[in-house]
Design a protein around this ligand. Structure first.
Ligand code: BGC
Length: 360
């Protein structure tokens, strides 16, 4: 069968290759892939900046934002049937006894770093005609959200970020009222949608024109769009006031540091973007330190997601589809076939989510 793979750490090695059809064991599920979303991590894999092949393989099949349909189940699989729509999670636990998170089902919080991630680190991904996975790593989704199923993996990342934020804020009596989201890419927009579902007053900062497609989408979900080419962070601070949550989804590290000054007293900033480029900044370290200490402010990073986040994400995708019809669908701005995968990496300024469609 066909798959898209890279030779990790080798620039522009991405190609369509032939791989053996996967075989299922008694506890496994065979999934026919319908489409796979492409994100910044895939761009890094293509550039040779990131990624690790499975032990014994020189290539890595990419793809971690999956959506497909169950084609076959092993004899011991229960509660999941041929024809079900499924999305697979990405990270798998490390093997070490001392890793309490991995040993207790929280492999997204692995403390050893020896976890694997399908399509990214040490395990083949889902960008192939079929894949095999154990039932425990699959989330069955209802038919109503099948068209937008590829958003469940990035949604799970945002679900975790907000779940963690709320858990952290149990440190005080806290009324969550407003948020600033940095970046109007997939993660930023999904984050804004989740926040708006909860009625949080949300500003989305993005390099995009007022009145343009993204601004309209942001208005549709009842959030405020700020064009960062027109407004500085100081303008934003004046407009928005102190923010309970700042969610950083640009991956531009200098902005992440600077935006911490948008935080309210006791506020939390969650970093979700992975940076490249080795940016150096010069900053007033005293002011930064004192702002955190004297304001009980907190900055934390969050990566990947737990199975619970996939479950809650599936429910929230349904809510989003009902509340803002067409909004999620409109975020798929480019669809390409497997053989023209190069075009999936050819991002234009208006692109949000590109998907690679498999042959029916
Ligand atoms: C994926 C996560 C993964 C992270 C780091 C992201 O693109 O969505 O599941 O943990 O990359 O590899």
């Amino acid at each position: 069968m066909k798959a898209i793979a890279v030779t990790p750490r080798q620039k522009d090695s991405m190609a369509v290759i032939d791989v053996p059809e996967p075989q299922i064991g008694v506890g496994d599920v065979l999934v026919k892939v319908a489409r796979v979303g492409i994100c910044g991590t895939d761009v890094e894999l293509k550039a040779g900046d990131y990624g690790e092949a499975p032990v014994g393989s020189s290539h890595l099949v990419i793809g971690h934002e999956s959506f497909g349909q169950v084609a076959q189940t092993g004899s011991e699989v229960e509660g999941i049937a041929v024809g079900d729509y499924v999305v697979a999670s990405v990270r798998r636990p490390c093997p070490h006894d001392r890793c309490l998170p991995c040993r207790s089902g929280q492999n997204d919080m692995c403390i050893t770093g020896d976890y694997t991630e399908r399509g990214i680190k040490g395990q083949h991904g889902y960008l192939s005609e079929y894949y095999v996975e154990r039932q425990e790593w699959l989330t069955v989704i209802p038919a109503e959200i099948a068209e937008t199923g590829i958003f469940l993996e990035p949604m799970s990342v945002v679900e975790k970020a907000i779940r963690q934020t709320k858990k952290i804020q149990e440190r005080l009596p806290w009324k969550f009222q407003n948020a600033v989201v940095l970046g109007g890419g997939t993660i930023g927009l999904l984050g804004a949608m989740l926040l708006r579902l909860e009625g949080i007053d949300t500003h989305v900062l993005d390099h995009s024109a007022m009145g343009g497609f993204k601004a309209q989408l942001i208005a549709q979900i009842g959030a405020h769009h700020v064009d960062t080419r027109e407004k500085s962070l100081t303008d934003v601070a004046d407009m928005v006031g102190p923010a309970d949550l700042v969610m950083e989804a640009t991956g531009y590290a200098p902005l992440a540091l600077e935006a911490s000054r948008l935080l309210a007293l006791d506020g939390v900033m969650c970093l979700l973007g992975v940076s490249g480029g080795g940016h150096q900044v010069s900053m007033d370290a005293t002011e930064f330190n004192n702002s955190l200490v004297l304001g009980n402010r907190l900055i934390f990073g969050s990566v990947n997601a737990n199975v619970v986040d996939f479950k809650s994400g599936a429910g929230h995708i349904q809510d989003i589809i009902q509340r803002w019809p067409g909004a999620l669908e409109s975020m798929i701005t480019r669809r390409v076939g497997m053989t023209e995968f190069e075009r999936a990496f050819d991002r234009g300024p208006g692109d949000i989510k590109t998907v690679i469609e498999m042959e029916p």
